[in-house]
Ligand binder design. Structure first.
Ligand SMILES: [Mn+2]
Length: 465
């Protein structure tokens, strides 16, 4: 298993201190959270920025980088005999922190006093936007700011400084991400073998997740395994697979180092797609290739999105479901009837990397405004690509009856969409493939060392295998 060296954590914190220049940086680690009662907790997941700068993967910690006093401190509590009886022992907080290059560890009870002292001195305290209710209460206790005040006083400077580091993946990180992608590919290959008429969605999901779990990994996000692919986040697993259905899987692993993989696959439930399904699948593959062909440093990801959207409009026009100029149909947003989401998103320690810090700082550059129009508003990544960016490409084609009805009733894009011909396509469902990429110095590289089936021949072969 690839890991991150201690020197890398030291370098990350040194760069953050240099970028911020002064002040006190407060990082709240995540705590255990009860699902239905306090002691029955959700799977623990450390905060990703806390992991990135401090490495410590345990609940109930906080950290301070006091730039003005030249201190890096981890706050936490040593295990009590009750902790040891119920959960076993582990190295002391000090021993654990030292392995990430931090020698100053203190009891959690000292954190508030430390921050009170900083506030008395007028030292600016920078903190990140909280995304958990217990962190909002904790910040209220520590800084005297209620959640509304926290939203206003959150440190945009700290957000931008962190984004400007975490957005570039170095070789150490890419090696780990590639492990996550390879495990994710194995998860998908299990689905190609499992999917057949009479099997239930839940059985495929179980076969997929088993691959991740057996390796000691977890899931980067809840698995989508469905014959209703037009429902974009479908976590139900309630259907039986029938001949003629399209099965859509969107699943990815998170390794012990907590970097994500994120792949999607679409396959026939039977041995082959129907002719109609093959046609849509082929349009989708062409849109995928058109998007990937644009990817290189300097090209805005929005252009890749539009290249995919244009190909979808071309294909729909050839089928008689659209009309007019496909380039125009893409640019004005008519494509979104069939492709209502974005082409892809940044990926790293979070599957949607740093979405908690604010999508506009991660996926958009300064001055680039995110559209509020249906379709474009779901484009999470639009900025010009740079070497070290890791992201997904996942165009899809979906027939969403409710959306078709709404647009038709509103006479949306009637110059481009042939509503009169969509009737027989309403029950098509949807399909998508998704792969992960890194931008290199002069181009793009697909992540992962195991090929994921993409062409019709590869898909059919994987189903036989
Ligand atoms: Mn994705």
């Amino acid at each position: 298993m690839n890991t991150i060296k201690k020197e890398s954590y030291l370098r990350r914190r040194a760069k953050l201190r240099a970028d911020m220049g002064s002040g006190l940086l407060l990082f709240l680690g995540n705590s255990e959270v009860g699902m239905n009662y306090a002691d029955n907790t959700y799977r623990f997941r450390q905060d990703s920025s806390f992991l990135y700068f401090f490495g410590l993967d345990d609940a109930g910690l906080a950290a301070v980088i006091d730039i003005d006093e030249d201190r890096e401190i981890v706050f936490g509590n040593e295990l009590t005999i009750d902790d040891i009886v119920w959960t076993g022992t582990m190295p002391t907080l000090h021993e654990r922190a030292v392995s990430y290059g931090i020698t100053d560890t203190r009891s959690m009870s000292e954190l508030k006093g430390y921050l009170d002292n900083a506030r008395r001195k007028g030292q600016p305290i920078h903190f990140l936007p909280p995304y958990r209710g217990d962190h909002q209460i904790w910040l209220w206790e520590l800084l005297g700011l209620n959640p509304k005040e926290q939203a206003v006083q959150v440190s945009t400077r700290l957000v931008k400084a962190i984004v400007s580091q975490r957005i570039y993946k170095d070789e150490e990180e890419i090696a780990i991400i590639e492990e996550s992608v390879d495990i994710s590919t194995r998860m998908h290959l299990a689905a190609y073998r499992k999917v057949r008429p009479g099997v239930h969605e839940a059985e495929v999901a179980a076969a997929v997740e088993e691959v991740a779990c057996r390796g000691g990994n977890t899931l980067a996000f809840p698995t989508i395994a469905t014959v209703q692919g037009q429902v974009l986040h479908n976590h139900g697993f309630i259907h039986e697979l029938r001949e003629g259905d399209i099965f859509l899987l969107d699943a990815g692993a998170e390794t012990r180092m907590h970097y994500a993989g994120d792949l999607s696959s679409s396959m026939p439930v039977g041995r082959r797609f129907t002719e109609r399904q093959e046609t849509i699948y082929t349009i989708h593959l062409e849109s995928f290739r058109a998007a990937v062909e644009t990817l290189r440093p300097g090209v805005p990801f929005r252009d890749a999105h539009l290249a995919a959207a244009t190909k979808i409009c071309e294909g729909m026009k050839a089928l008689g479901l659209m009309q007019g100029d496909p380039v125009e149909a893409a640019h004005i947003g008519a494509y979104a009837l069939f492709f209502p989401c974005g082409l892809g998103h940044m990926m790293g320690l979070d599957v949607h990397n740093m979405e908690n810090l604010g999508e506009e700082y991660v996926g958009y550059e300064d001055g680039q405004v995110k559209s509020k129009q249906f379709g474009f508003k779901s484009l999470r990544l639009a900025r010009p690509l740079e070497p070290g960016f890791v992201f997904t490409v996942e165009p899809g084609i979906y027939f969403i009856p409710e959306l078709i009805d709404k647009w038709e009733a509103e006479h949306q894009f009637t110059d481009f969409i042939r509503y009169d011909r969509l009737g027989p396509w309403r029950d098509f469902t949807g399909l998508r493939n998704e792969l992960d990429y890194v931008i290199t110095a002069d181009g793009v590289r697909q992540l992962g060392t195991i090929p994921k089936p993409m062409t019709l021949e590869e898909v059919y072969a994987a189903k036989e295998g």
